[in-house]
Ligand binder design. Structure first.
Ligand code: PAF
Length: 307
């Protein structure tokens, strides 16, 4: 299966390097030609517990290359998904499919709009990855990955993608009910990402700060209420315990949102806590804590973005 990983951010690089290591024909697609050229020259460098490896992975800046792919794995920031979906719709072969492993809500929907339900898989991962520079990533903590088709039962194609992930060393499973997966991960990001970004602490530190822990509990409670109003069946009966467990297991991790703040990039808060607020408005479920947290992160990133 020919694979294009779209977006050479931390998760895209980790995935591409591990797939390459497993012998899969993997490529990277980047919208920035200078970064793609850098990755072609240097390779993808993966730092891990035992040292580091360099992988020669072709990086393209030209989306027409997607025509020969069987699978595009979307790993960009959520605010780029609409544009990526349009590019995939234009350039992927009609039988090729897309898998999103992004953070946040709305990514599956954007891909479905461009490609149709039967060509989209969604998924979540709690692998920890830290971007160290162009084409350079640290595998910061092991997690679990779950994938599933946008609609209907797990099919043959989903199993093939699962086998690839397993061969690449990911602890992965396939299941139906992709929105249940995505909302479960969303609630984890709701509880961890903005608080680490606002307080500028690693994930594990949140559990040592009683006030942060209270905020986490309040934000998670709202997000769970919104999800339940939408008919989501969460993967864990106690979502707060699940969020705390991820914070503990990825304790040494700098969350993706804190990485964004440190690198002065736009954060995904609109697609995480902001998505909970929008969905809450639709369902008539109040979300004052998530609204406040969203505004605080937006005020923080306004320091360096012209918003
Ligand atoms: O966005 C992140 O940083 C990750 O999804 C997670 C699981 C919170 C670990 O840092």
């Amino acid at each position: 299966m020919n694979i294009a990983v779209v977006g050479p951010g931390s998760m895209g690089l980790l995935l591409a390097a591990r797939l390459k290591q497993a012998g899969a024909p993997v490529h990277l697609l980047d919208y920035r030609p200078e970064r793609a050229a850098h990755i072609n020259g240097q390779g993808v460098i993966l730092e891990h517990g035992e040292g580091s490896d360099t992988h020669a992975i072709p990086a393209w800046a030209e989306p027409a290359e997607l025509a020969g792919m069987d699978l595009a794995v979307v790993c960009t920031k959520a605010y780029h998904t609409q544009e990526v979906a349009r590019v995939l719709g234009r350039h992927l072969a009609p039988e090729a499919r897309a898998l999103t492993l992004q953070n946040g809500a709305g990514n599956v929907e954007a891909l479905v709009e461009a490609l149709g339900e039967e060509r989209v898989l969604g998924g979540i991962t709690s692998e920890g990855a830290t971007l160290l520079g162009h084409g350079k990533v640290r595998h910061a903590g092991h997690g679990q990955t779950h994938i599933g088709p946008a609609s209907g039962p797990v099919d043959e194609f989903t199993i093939q993608v699962l086998d690839l992930l397993l061969a690449a060393g990911f602890e992965a499973s396939a299941t139906e009910g992709v929105q249940d997966l995505i909302w479960t991960k969303l609630v984890i990001n709701v509880g961890i990402n903005p608080l680490t970004a606002l307080l500028e602490v690693k994930n594990g530190r949140l559990l040592e700060l009683p006030a942060a822990r209270r905020l986490m509990a309040d934000a998670v409670k709202e997000a769970v209420a919104v999800g339940q109003a939408r008919g989501i069946r969460f993967l864990h009966s106690d979502m707060l315990a699940a969020v705390e467990d991820v914070a503990r297991r990825t304790g040494a991790n700098v969350s993706s949102m804190l990485q964004d703040i440190r690198a002065q990039r736009r954060t995904e808060v609109d697609y995480i806590n902001g998505a909970v607020v929008r969905a809450g408005d639709e369902q008539g479920v109040p979300t004052p804590v998530n609204a406040t947290i969203t505004n605080l992160v937006k005020a923080k990133q306004a320091d360096y973005l012209s918003e």
